[in-house]
Design a protein around this ligand. Structure first.
Ligand SMILES: Nc1ncnc2c1ncn2[C@@H]1O[C@H](COP(=O)(O)OP(=O)(O)O)[C@@H](O)[C@H]1O
Ligand SMILES: O=C(O)C[C@@H](O)[C@H](O)C(=O)COP(=O)(O)O
Length: 323
């Protein structure tokens, strides 16, 4: 029995979500503050599902950094490896715009953000060894020194027999160009045991060569991957196993408020069911249900559901018709 079901590594930041929605950001006066950052959202979602969770990252030495740490602690996440930046770097901010349930945008402020200043000497192998899974978010690879810290954490996890999960989490903002992204994504993807991303994100990983899903998984299965999940928004998702099995995941009817938060809630619930050995089909159902719940609410992190909420949702869930 390990101390942690999973440890996530990467950014823990702040989301400022438009409270007055169905209007452009220019006309929005009020934003509500939540913890954000894809890996932080996945950690919070996992903790909400009863998983034992740790987090590796770097936060600003100010009120927003304190807020992130306190929220994560209260969510039940171990924050002993959430390092406080001492060089004046700031918390990353994401403002959200909800023009309509299907037209959403995010505006990221990520210049000199603390999370990208995590260094490789702040990565502790002893800590990683206490987890069943290390969840790596792609954005942490965008810049040094965080890039080397993440790659080190991956190599340590491999050496220590900790399963590596790669959430592609592509955010264009801090990357210099497409080739750079593809190179660093491949380093992690070739060693990851599980890979989760949207079809568009796999295109980024492949530097836009235009592969089909079958071609993408055939290439990735030449390396360490055992399970590959490809998400296709409101059309649902697919999971492929190295043994050649393909599973179809469906999106469910829900009262959509906004589209962001879908991916992180999907990942938290998918990984919950996967780590409890409930089967890939159930993991896809849990992912889809969790995403349906979160996109009907304002936040990405605070809205993360419990197992009971997901199970109740699935009792009456209707599969969304694909247009
Ligand atoms: N409009 C929607 N209605 C219902 N479920 C959705 C909708 N959009 C996304 N989802 C669910 O969320 C999952 C992840 O969404 P997706 O948009 O592919 O990821 P990301 O948020 O990372 O871009 C989908 O596989 C689906 O189950
Ligand atoms: O990842 C970020 O830094 C921003 C998130 O916190 C934000 O809530 C969001 O965009 C989540 O979207 P998702 O990737 O669709 O889950």
């Amino acid at each position: 029995m390990k101390k942690f079901d999973l440890i996530a590594i990467g950014r823990a930041a702040v989301d400022l979500n438009a409270v007055e929605y169905n209007r452009p950001m220019e006309e929005t006066k009020t934003f509500a503050k939540y913890v954000g950052g894809s890996p932080a959202n996945i950690a919070i979602g996992s903790a909400r599902l009863g998983q034992k969770v740790g987090f590796i990252g770097k936060i600003a030495d100010d009120q927003l950094g304190n807020y992130v740490k306190l929220y994560m602690k209260e969510a039940g996440i171990d924050t002993s490896n959430l390092v406080v930046d001492k060089d004046g770097h700031k918390t990353g901010l994401t403002f959200t715009e909800i023009l309509s349930p299907t037209e959403c945008d995010i505006l990221m402020y990520r210049d000199q953000v603390a999370d990208l200043y995590l260094t490789s000497d702040e990565i502790n192998g002893e800590y990683i060894s206490q987890a069943n899974m290390l969840v790596i978010s792609g954005t942490g690879l965008a810049q040094s020194p965080s890039r080397e810290a993440i790659i080190k954490s991956m190599f340590l996890a491999k050496k220590l027999g900790v399963k590596v999960v790669f959430e592609l989490d592509y955010r264009p903002y801090t990357w210099k160009n497409a080739e750079e992204t593809s190179i660093y994504y491949k380093i992690i993807a070739n060693h990851a045991d599980v890979i989760i991303g949207t079809r568009d994100e796999y295109d980024v990983l492949e530097n836009g060569i235009g592969n089909t899903n079958d071609e993408t998984v055939a290439e990735l299965f030449k390396h360490d991957a055992q399970l590959i999940v490809i998400k296709v928004g409101s059309k649902g998702s697919y999971a492929y196993t190295k043994e050649g099995k393909i599973y179809r995941g469906y999106a469910y009817e829900t009262k959509v408020l906004k589209s962001f938060g879908a991916g992180d809630s999907f990942a938290a619930a998918f990984l919950y069911a996967y780590s409890k050995n409930l089967g890939i089909e159930t993991a896809l159902k849990f992912g889809g249900a969790s995403a349906s719940i979160v996109i009907s609410k304002l936040s990405s992190s605070d809205a993360m559901p419990t197992v009971e909420e997901i199970e109740n949702f699935l009792k009456t869930a209707k599969i969304k018709e694909v247009e």
